[in-house]
Structures are given as C-alpha cells and as structure tokens.
Write a protein that binds this ligand. Sequence first.
Ligand code: PLP
Length: 457
Amino acid sequence: MDTQHIINLDKTYVWHPFTPNDLWLDSEFEPIVIAEGIGSTLVDTKGKRYLDGNSSIWTNLHGHSHPQIRQAIKNQVDAIAHSSFLGLTNTQAPLLAERLCSLTGLDRCFFSDDGSTAMEAALKMVIQFFQQTDQKERTRVVSLSSAYHGDTVGAMSMGNSKLFHRHYKSVLFPVSEVKAPSCYRCPHNKAIPQKEESRSCRKCQFECLDSVEKAFAEIQKEAAIFAIEPKVQGAAGFAMQPKGYLKKSTSIARQAGAKIVLDEVMTGFGRTGSTFAFQQEDLMPDVVALAKGLTGGTLPLAVTLCSQEIFNGFSGGVENTFFHGHSYTGNPLGCAVARASLSILESPESKKARKLIQSTLEEEKKVFWEHPHVGDVRQEGLILAVELVKDVETREPFPYEKRLGAAVCQEAAKHGLLTRPVGDVLVLMPPYSSTAEQVREMVTILSKSIETTFASL
Ligand SMILES: *Cc1c(COP(=O)(O)O)cnc(C)c1O
C-alpha cells in the first residue's frame, strides 16, 4: 500500500467533514490512513494499531469486523443489495421494523440514511401531522441550547450550535431555545464541588425547568415539537442531564400539547447503560430518531419511529401522503445488518461486556481528577467525558482557538488511542468489544496525553 500516494490524492481531491482545511492541507500534517479494523482496534496502512476510543465517532457498537455482522452483509449481498422502497417492500425492513417497535414501544418505522435525515423526517412528520389534524397553529419547535440534531437545514434549525450554524441564520427557521441543564456551570447549582461530578452532588430546585415552562407559556397553542437528546447532549460538549430532567421537561412539553421528539442518534443502543436513554426515566416519546449505532456502525441507515397517533394523521386521502423519502429508504443490506446488530446487542455476552466496560470506566476515571486542568469528569453509562479548563476554581474555559482538546487527542494518537474531542471535552466511548484491559489502556493513554500536552505548553 503506497500510503503517500493515498495521502497525496486525498489532499488534492477530498474535502473532509468538520475539518479546518488549512490544518488538513498543512504540509507538516500527515493524516492517518486506516486500512483495517478488528474488534476495538484500528490498523493504519503502516501497521500501527490504535484503540478506537470513541467507537469511530459514536457509531460502532460491537467492534470492527464482527463475524456475525460480516456474515449478515455477505448473506444479504448474495440475495440483493438494494431495491426501491417506493411501492415495494423487501425481506429485511419489515422484520427490522417489528423489532425496533417492540424495543421502543413505538408503532411505525420510517427509514432513511443518517441522523440528520432521521431528524428531518421527524420534524416534517410532526408538522404535517398537526396540519392534517385540525391543529394548524401548531408549528413551533422548542429545543435545548447548544442542541445538535444534524446538518441538513431543518435539523440545523432545530439545533442551537452557535459555532456550527452562524453562517446559515438567514435560511434557518426560528425555534424557542431553552436553557440546557449543565450542572457543572449552572448558576443555580449551589453545590460547587471540586473533583467530584457536579451533577451527582447538585443542589438546586431544577431551576433549569423554568426556561422550559416559560418557552411553552410563550408559544401556547403553537407548540408542535419538543426536541431533545435524552440524558446526554453529545456535540454540545457531552452535557449530561441530572436524573429527572428528561421526565420533568418532557411532561411540561406534553402538557402544552407538543409532541416529544427524542434524538437518540448518539445515545441509542446501550450507550447510556439502557437500550435507549429515555428508558431510564419513565416516559413515552411520540417520535424517536435512531442512526449511528443502528447497523452497529457499519452501514448508513437511520430510522424515525413514531406513534400510531402520528401515523393515523396521514390517512384520509391521497393529499395526506407524507411526500418524503430517499433513494435508499429501507435499504435491505442496512436492514439485514441492523437485525444482526440487534441480536448481538441483546445477547447475554454483550450485556455482560457492557456492564464491565461501564464499571471499568467508573473505577478508572478517578485518575483524571488528578490533573490541574481537568475541571469536570462526567459519566453516563459507557460514555466518559473529561472537560479541560483554564482555571479549575473559576471553571473558566480555555479560548476555543487554542484547540487544547485537539492537541491532547493528537498526542494520544501517537500512543495508540484514537478519539476526537468536542472543543475541550475529551471523550471515551469504547466499542462493546473492548476488554477491561483495553478500557484501562484507553484511560491511561488519554490521561498521560493530558499530562504531556500541558507539560509542553
Ligand atoms: C451525529 C448526530 C446527528 C447527526 O447524525 P448524522 O448521521 O451525522 O447525520 C444527530 N443527532 C445527534 C444527537 C448526533 O449525535
């Protein structure tokens, strides 16, 4: 494999997502070219091995090249890779839909390709539902500050990322933004613990909910959607919600007549400890969007699940059709793999492995508190987030342009760990194939990389 040739072609012809072009094209910068994956390990073209510390951006579940997943792909490819889902069905999608409905308690599956399209479909389906059920005034969306629901225009509109969305304001529709709970920097949290997770020793009266109350009081009968990433807001910097927030905030939304749209694109499929994050707090959503882990992180497939009530809003005439879909909707290859992935997920071995990864992270994370620039260490299930700050007393962040999170991750890559920060929040999200030893190694490399990075400043 001529690695240099690949890199030259890449730097000449390719444009990478969420990547500063100047840094990528810098002649000093030599990108890693991944050639293989096995279990929790990625191998580059030079044979160097890396632990996949963030499950290839939150997508992988069972490790790379899992035999059951590979077999499912082979079997389906031998039958057919794709046929249209417009006016036809296939042998895989209905079987997958049945399982997803039974896992979530929802009634109908609308398939698409990725997290953004799953949220876009969620938005359009609820808006059209209200138009067709005599509630035409219900058109407004309420969502959390810093929310990220994807990169298409509707998904961006529902999100509130200042950095990502600032150039598109002119084409985004307005939403009511409510203050996302973030106990670490919450002005209402009377407990200001040092070296302990702010969320677990929080002292407050859930004042963050006032903002939700206020938003719905303002829009009243116009409320259509309350969109939320349940338990953990990923791209917002792994902001983790205190126990009870999800139930309480969605109850307020429900009382106002809004539909609850949960974005489980990142949190789904065991990531937070339960199969879906919302299952930790007794509530029933109207719509759930799933993507990233749906195929175990192998093929692009997404689904928007909805209630029978919403589905029924689309009967009563051809004009009530949901005029929405994608060329690859219901892709049989993706659906076959998703079914295999669910079988692995529900196996006793996977459940046991996940428990061990979670408890290993719990034990090992203590080491991060020892760093003078680590302000918060938060964990939800199999997600560990470590926030770097300039000053741990005042919690003042470093300026964004310093890109310290990125510097730490570059250092970690040298030592055989790949992960990607969200600003200055470092993330460990191991594939479920990881052994306790591999998880400990991820923690050790990341922790040493923080030390080395700060020592060289
Ligand atoms: C990644 C992500 C999306 C977007 O999914 P894509 O597959 O990248 O389009 C939406 N919502 C959440 C919570 C995500 O983490």
